[in-house]
Design a protein around this ligand. Sequence first.
Ligand code: PLP
Length: 398
Amino acid sequence: MELSRRVSSISSSATLTINAKAQELKKRGVKVISFAVGEPDFETPEHIKQMAIQAVLRNQNRYTPVGGILELREAVCSWVKANYGLDYKPEEVMVSCGGKQAIYNVLQAIINPGDEVIIPSPYWVSYPDMVILAGGVPKFLECPAEDSYKLKPEALEKAITPETKAIIINSPSNPTGVHYKRDELKEIAEVLKKNSHLFIISDDIYSSILFSGNEWINVVMVEEELRDRTIIIHGVSKTYAMTGWRIGYAIAHRDIIKAATKIQSQSTSNPCSIAQWASVAALTGDQSMVRGMVESFQRRCKYVMERLNNIEGIKFVEPQGAFYIFPDVSSFYGKRYGSYFVRDSLSMCEYLMDEAHVAAVPGSAFGDDKSIRLSYAISVRDLEEGLDRIERALKNLS
Ligand code: PLP
């Protein structure tokens, strides 16, 4: 069967593959502890669910405007004003089926064949493939652990060419959890200011999951001049434990929003009407659940760091947010246990899955083969048992 060259140019999501393997083992009765999840382990708050039920009963079951109902776009603007201090109008918001589709549509709207997109590495798995699907060329910019996985302004300056069309900044980051400080972002913004041919995609999806003592900040907040060429990506998935509802948005200059909405109009049309109404309740209702969730993630992060610190051979950079940690396990490469030989992050994850029944995602999927990604959005009991298992499995390697 001859399928398109486009589809063979991309890979399927590594996280989904690992989760599928974990499900397979679970079906066979094996207790797998999954550190591979990419979503909060909390329930969507009751008032949000009730709003969805009411939306169905009020017959809000029809097509909506392609870029989302006005009430939700207004709620997004109010939220952005309250949380970022930034002024946007509803016509500068496009609501999509998750932040993922918002990024996809934006890339389709701004990239021409051969345009380069700078992706600081490690990166979220989907960026490179979404760039490729838009006809662009991903340009990876290594941000090593020694630099806390953060982009350095000098390196950025060097990487920019006349072909560079965009850069994607994700903070707090998936997979590392690191977040830029104001002065760090200011330096990056200075470079971006000088290069006016670039769009900036600021993927702020984890901005609400930021641990105490850290200041929320993005490039537009440090440099107002970048506003018209920055696309902010956000959504309700992570902030309100609503990953299944599939609501995310792009916030940007109206011309960019208009173009991305045009793409959406010829692919999916509007995102689910009921989920849109539920998202209005999420953004405008009681926010105490978010604070509780973040505190819980911070406590769990502290526990995971304590445990990892006690495993000889593991190094990591302390996360400031999200619910991931990205330990460097490369000191175990070249070691064996029984028939297992661990040579890279993928064989490490296979070893952990088969031997310890623990699911983790290989760092290679995020552009860094030295590490594995652990999500701690799981119960404390599972964290304890899972880390015991990882510790035992690593100690067995020699
Ligand atoms: N951006 C990052 C960095 C993510 O980790 C994710 C989800 O895992 C998304 C965007 C998209 O989230 P959603 O499509 O659920 O809004």
